[in-house]
Design a protein around this ligand. Structure first.
Ligand code: ATP
Length: 347
């Protein structure tokens, strides 16, 4: 721990009122509480806030036991005890069934959101609240940076989004984790420490360990989180421009499928990438392509056109071709013996 780091201030009741202000008229919410400091602070702060109101949402705390660590069941029971002392209903849900050999964190996360969304629906809750912090946002950006993500990925996590048809709220996205820990310490509330958070077998843990070094050079969690906010703003602007470009291409396209290739080629490259990504996603047949694959395809397309050659390539279960001066994207014919793949989420 950096001895020169400023002392973290606990979250005051007034600040919590501000953070949760948008929830007042929501009938019911699910709080996702793992038992770690961030989400225990969410539980404690939300309970205190709710108690201060005459009318407000019904809060249901949910802990998912992934069945991956022996201590998890005990930690879940501790959350239940805390929730009950705070007057909040709590449910423990288990991830059953076979676990994959690789990609466990991702599979666990998918299963967790599925279970949380199901709990939300059965409680008539319109949204799930998680306790993602500014530090989580920084790690997400760093992780995506190391994977070569573009603007959309580097925009990080959104404060408000949707998963499995249920809202997902992240009120602490601009709050440093240290402030949530300070809140619990002042309130003398105990929390669990998940050892997998420090396990170097996981990419996220290894990148997390780099954060203090980066911070000493000025690239701290706040810097990464500000970058995410700025890129999220740029991403939203580019999506609006892509909407406009799509409308323009359809209007000027003279009917029929696909885009007029000459008009498409005059668009800025970033807009071409987004148009193509949308067209590929529209097929619903395969996994989403990576940004680099779309860029490579567009380069090949430009090359073929400059050389006056025909163009036809497959990507993510779709065929992209130029036919009668139109760029056409359609599902690729199934390869023999290969069943169409399910779609996975975009990174
Ligand atoms: N076992 C769990 N049960 C309930 N909620 C959980 C559980 N694990 C994580 N969460 C919720 O998700 C938040 C983020 O947790 P964590 O950073 O460990 O997950 P992640 O997998 O990195 O998140 P994300 O799914 O968005 O990438 C927690 O603050 C908490 O609100």
């Amino acid at each position: 721990m950096d001895k020169n780091a400023p002392v973290a201030e606990p979250i005051s009741a007034q600040e919590a009122r501000h953070l949760f202000a948008g929830w007042k008229r929501i009938p019911a919410l699910v709080l996702a509480v793992s038992g770690g400091p961030d989400s225990v602070a969410l539980l404690w702060l939300a309970a205190r806030w709710r108690k201060s109101l005459k009318n407000g949402p019904d809060l249901l705390a949910v802990t998912v036991d992934h069945g991956l660590r022996a201590a998890a069941a005990h930690e879940a029971r501790n959350v239940k005890r805390l929730a009950s002392s705070l007057g909040i209903t709590h449910r423990i849900l288990s991830w059953r069934g076979p676990k994959p050999k690789t990609g466990v964190p991702r599979a666990a996360r998918d299963a967790r959101y599925e279970l949380l969304a199901r709990a939300a629906r059965s409680a008539s809750a319109v949204a799930i609240v998680t306790a993602h912090t500014q530090d989580d946002q920084a790690e997400t950006v760093l992780m995506r940076l190391s994977r070569g993500s573009g603007i959309t990925g580097l925009a990080g996590m959104a404060m408000q989004t949707e998963r499995h048809g249920v809202g997902l709220l992240r009120p602490f996205l601009e709050i440093p984790k240290a402030r949530l820990v300070a809140t619990l310490d002042r309130a003398k509330v105990v929390y669990a420490d998940d050892p997998t958070n420090h396990d170097p077998a996981y990419t996220r843990s290894r990148l997390r360990a780099l954060m203090p070094v980066l911070a000493s050079e000025g690239a701290d969690a706040r810097t990464f989180s500000r970058l995410a906010m700025r890129l999220s703003r740029a991403d939203a602007a580019l999506e609006r421009m892509t909407d406009g470009a799509e409308r323009y291409l359809r209007l000027r396209g003279g009917g029929g499928g696909g885009f007029d290739i000459s008009l498409f080629s005059t668009m800025a490259e970033e807009i071409q990438v987004r148009l193509l990504r949308r067209a590929l996603a529209g097929g619903m047949t395969a996994h989403s392509p990576e940004l680099g694959q779309i860029e490579t395809l567009l380069r090949a397309l430009a090359q073929a056109r400059s050389e006056g050659r025909r163009f036809k390539q497959s990507l993510a279960g779709m065929t992209v071709s130029v036919e009668k001066e139109r760029l056409v994207v359609r599902p690729a014919p199934p390869r023999r013996g290969v069943r169409p793949a399910g779609r996975s989420s975009r990174s």
